[in-house]
Ligand binder design. Structure first.
Ligand SMILES: NC(=O)c1ccc[n+]([C@@H]2O[C@H](COP(=O)([O-])OP(=O)(O)OC[C@H]3O[C@@H](n4cnc5c(N)ncnc54)[C@H](O)[C@@H]3O)[C@@H](O)[C@H]2O)c1
Ligand SMILES: [Zn+2]
Ligand SMILES: [Zn+2]
Length: 360
């Protein structure tokens, strides 16, 4: 039976989100309906509601979620009703030119549900193909990654976006290793996860950069060895001072601004790596002397979802969490209700929280 559930919808650019009753079809072939237990508020949800991703309103927001599979389409064998899952936005196809070259973590043709969820007959665009600020959501079965139910829903859900994006930006894309120096620009949930990832990977110098002293204090709890308040002077010089005048091996941008990208570019050592994980809006541009791009060597990379393979990485991160080696609870600033998402956006913008997590 098609169902009606309560959900958070962004109807128009910049307008406050509202709680709506939406329609969810039964799962068809390759699909699953998941009863959401928890969903973190990621800055990307705010980017959607600001029209900074695209203008396919109305958006069904929320994408950093965990829950229980309620029902699956006839042909689905990868998950079954009752499974505890983290939702992912990289359900690999197994047959695109990237998958066929043995790089499923970069799959160019990821799966989402084929059928549409609707609001008063109008098709909804689920954020990152998920849409989990809702009592239930319809996804492709491959978007459900089964993990140990020993982890609580609110921490497990965080792995579904921000934590994976940040950890993976450091560990996968940036390839941070033992003894490396790393700078992370922007210490929200994503940046702090990059700091935690650099720490796990054995970096010896981890420099956190933010405009907010509270964020910098939190960054230290995730493993930052040094902090720089970007409003207090020349960030690039400050990073060079902390690295014998050289700059860092890996500079991770987790804000999504040209100015911080440029800082990351100039704050890295020769042959260093810049990783852009912050999401820019379509109007943003950077201008860099080409001789500086050439002359420094190294690599300029972007990281989507921390270059993760959910089936490989999510259970591994849950294991690290259950062993006490990855402090996921520290990311959860508050648990809130569906009705509180708009206010949580304001708290995120005011820098008061790392992650607000909707618990259902
Ligand atoms: N690439 C991906 O796969 C991926 C996944 C999730 C999120 N993101 C993006 O990562 C970015 C961060 O997300 P979040 O949820 O951590 O956001 P957030 O708002 O919680 O954190 C952003 C942080 O940047 C800081 N900041 C702002 N301007 C700054 C400046 N000029 N210099 C230094 N610090 C500054 C803020 O104080 C804040 O602490 C967003 O752009 C988000 O869309 C990317
Ligand atoms: Zn996200
Ligand atoms: Zn593929």
């Amino acid at each position: 039976m098609p169902q009606q559930v309560r959900a958070v919808v962004a109807k128009a650019k910049g307008e406050p989100v509202t709680i709506e009753t939406i329609d969810i079809p039964d799962p068809g072939p390759g699909e699953a309906v998941v009863k959401i237990q928890a969903c973190g508020v990621c800055h990307t949800d705010l980017h959607y509601r600001e029209g900074a991703i695209n203008d396919e309103f109305p958006f069904l927001l929320g994408h950093e979620a965990s829950g229980i599979v309620e029902s699956v389409g006839d042909d689905v064998t990868s998950v079954a009703p009752g499974d505890f899952v983290i939702l992912n936005w990289r359900a690999v196809c197994g047959d695109c030119r990237s998958c066929n070259r043995g790089r499923p973590h970069l799959c160019f043709n990821t799966h989402n549900a084929t059928q549409k969820m609707t609001l008063d007959g109008q098709e909804l665009s689920p954020a990152l193909g998920i849409g989990a600020f809702a009592e239930k959501t319809l996804v492709a079965a491959g978007q459900c990654t089964k993990v140990s139910p020993d982890a609580s829903p609110e921490v497990a859900g965080l792995i579904g976006c921000g934590v994976m994006a940040g950890l993976g930006a450091a560990m996968n894309t940036g390839n941070v290793g033992r003894g490396d120096s790393v700078a992370v620009f922007g210490c929200g949930g994503v940046g702090d996860a990059a700091i935690a990832g650099a720490h796990l990977a054995g970096a010896s110098t981890i420099i956190a950069v933010d405009l907010d002293d509270k964020k910098l204090a939190w960054a230290k709890e995730f493993g930052a060895t040094h902090t720089i308040n970007a409003s207090s002077g020349d960030v690039v010089e400050a990073i060079k001072e902390l690295t014998d005048g050289n700059g860092v091996d890996v500079a991770i941008e987790a804000v999504g601004l040209p100015s911080t990208y440029e800082q990351a570019f100039y704050a890295r050592d020769l042959a260093g790596t810049v990783v852009l994980v912050g999401v820019p809006n379509p109007e943003m541009k950077i201008e860099l002397p080409l001789i500086d791009v050439f002359g420094r060597g190294g690599s300029l990379k972007s990281s989507w979802y921390g270059d993760c393979l959910p089936s490989r990485d999510f259970p591994m991160l849950i294991d690290l969490y259950l062993q006490g080696r990855l402090d996921l609870e520290r990311f959860v600033s508050e648990t809130i209700a569906l009705e509180d998402v708009e206010e949580a956006f304001h708290r995120m913008e005011a820098g008061e929280v790392l992650r607000s997590v909707v618990v259902l």
